[in-house]
Design a protein around this ligand. Structure first.
Ligand code: A3P
Length: 345
C-alpha cells in the first residue's frame, strides 16, 4: 500500500516537473515571438550612438517579426500601411559567382537589421522572358521592408550573362555589386559536384570531372566547359567594367567566408555604408555541419541547407595542377583589377 502511494507521488511529481519545464520553455519562446510584435522603432534611431558591440536583438526581432509574418501571408494590408512597408528595388546585388558562397553571403548579410533579402533568386536580368515583364514585375518580387532598409538579391547567373551589366546599369547606374569568389579550381569542382548530384538524383550517369575539364584531343584545359569558363573571373569582370567603375564592386573572399565569416561580413557592411551590427554572437560554428550557422536570437538559429557544403569527388592531382596553372595568369589580372589579392596557388 505504502509502496503504491510512493509510486503515485513520484508519478505526480514527474508530471508537475514536466509541466513546469514545458511552461518555462514555452515562456522563453513566447517572449521571443512577443518581442517581435512590439511596435516599431524608427530605424534611424537604431543606428544612433550605441555601443558598437551591442547585440541588436530587438531590432532584428522587429524586422523578422512583421516582415516574416507578411511573407507567410499573416500580416494584413493594414499592418503594411501602418508600418509604411514597401517593396524596394535592390540597392545591392550579389551578382555571383555560382558556388562561391552566394547563399551563405546573402543569409549572413540578412542578419543585419538594415538588410532585407530577396529569398529566391529572381533571375530578372539574365532571363529574357522575365526581363520583358518589366521593372515593376521585378520590384513586386522584392520582399517588404521599411523605407530605410536596403533590399539585397542574389542571382549568380548575372555574373556570366552577357546582357546583364547593361540591364542593371539601366535600372540603377550607382548600384553596389557584390562578387564572392573562391579559389577557381575548387569552385569549378563545386560547380561540377552540383551538376553531378542533379544527374544522380535523376538516376543518370555523368562524365568524370577530369573528362570534362581536360580536352581529350589536346590534353589542355577545356575552356568550352562552363565550370572552367565561370572560374575565369577576370574575363567576366572586364565585361562589367564597361558599365560600372571598379569602386562599385566589392569582392568577397568565399574561402574565408567559410572559415572566418565575421571579418568578411564586416568588410561588406563597410562597403554598403551600414553601421556594424553583425557580431560574433550571430555566427556559431556547427561541428556536425562543418560550417558556420546563423543565430538570430536566443530562440532562432539556422544552418544552410544540406545542398550547401557538399563533399566533392576526388579529382586527379595532375588535373588540379593543370587547372591551377591555367587559371594563374587570369587570377593575377583579377588581383590587379580588383586590388584584392588571394593566396590562390
Ligand atoms: P560546396 O558545396 O562546394 O562546399 P553557393 O551558395 O554560391 O551555391 O555556394 C555554395 C558554397 O557555399 C558551398 O560550396 C559551401 O562551401 C559554401 N559556404 C560558405 N559558407 C557556408 C556556410 N556557412 N554553410 C554552408 N555552405 C557554405
Amino acid at each position: 500500500m505504502l509502496f503504491k502511494q510512493q509510486a503515485l507521488l513520484r508519478q505526480k511529481l514527474f508530471v508537475l516537473g514536466s509541466l513546469a519545464i514545458g511552461s518555462l520553455l514555452y515562456l522563453v519562446a513566447r517572449v521571443g515571438s512577443l518581442d517581435r510584435l512590439q511596435p516599431l522603432c524608427p530605424i534611424d534611431g537604431r543606428f544612433g550612438p550605441r555601443g558598437q558591440d551591442e547585440i541588436p536583438l530587438r531590432a532584428m526581432q522587429f524586422k523578422r517579426g512583421l516582415l516574416h509574418e507578411f511573407r507567410k501571408g499573416n500580416a494584413t494590408k493594414e499592418q503594411i500601411r501602418l508600418h509604411n512597408l514597401v517593396q524596394q528595388l535592390p540597392k545591392a546585388i550579389i551578382i555571383g559567382v555560382r558556388k562561391g558562397g552566394t547563399r551563405a553571403l546573402l543569409e549572413m548579410l540578412n542578419l543585419h537589421p538594415a538588410v532585407v533579402k530577396a529569398s529566391q533568386e529572381i533571375h530578372f536580368f539574365d532571363n529574357d522572358e522575365n526581363y520583358a515583364k518589366g521593372i515593376e514585375w521585378y520590384r513586386k518580387k522584392m520582399p517588404f521592408s521599411y523605407p530605410h532598409q536596403i533590399t539585397i538579391e542574389k542571382s549568380p547567373a548575372y555574373f556570366i550573362t552577357e546582357e546583364v551589366p547593361e540591364r542593371i546599369y539601366k535600372m540603377n547606374s550607382s548600384i553596389k555589386l557584390l562578387i564572392i569568389v573562391r579559389e577557381p579550381t575548387t569552385r569549378a569542382i563545386s560547380d561540377y559536384t552540383q551538376v553531378l548530384e542533379g544527374k544522380e538524383r535523376k538516376n543518370k550517369t555523368y562524365y568524370k570531372f577530369e573528362k570534362l575539364a581536360i580536352d581529350p584531343n589536346t590534353c589542355e584545359v577545356n575552356t568550352k566547359y562552363k565550370a572552367v569558363r565561370t572560374s575565369i573571373y577576370t574575363k567576366h569582370l572586364e565585361r562589367w567594367l564597361k558599365y560600372f567603375p571598379i569602386e562599385q564592386f566589392h569582392i568577397v573572399d568565399g574561402d574565408r567566408l567559410i572559415t572566418e565569416p565575421l571579418p568578411e561580413l564586416q568588410l561588406v557592411e563597410k562597403f554598403l555604408n551600414l553601421p556594424p551590427r553583425i557580431s560574433q554572437y550571430n555566427l556559431y560554428f556547427n561541428a556536425t555541419r562543418g560550417f558556420y550557422c546563423l543565430r538570430f536570437n536566443i530562440v532562432f538559429n539556422k544552418c544552410l541547407a544540406g545542398s550547401k557544403g557538399r563533399i566533392h569527388p576526388e579529382v586527379d592531382t595532375s588535373v588540379i595542377t593543370k587547372l591551377r596553372r591555367f587559371f594563374h595568369p587570369f587570377n593575377q589580372k583579377f588581383y590587379q583589377i580588383t586590388g584584392r589579392t588571394f593566396n590562390w596557388p
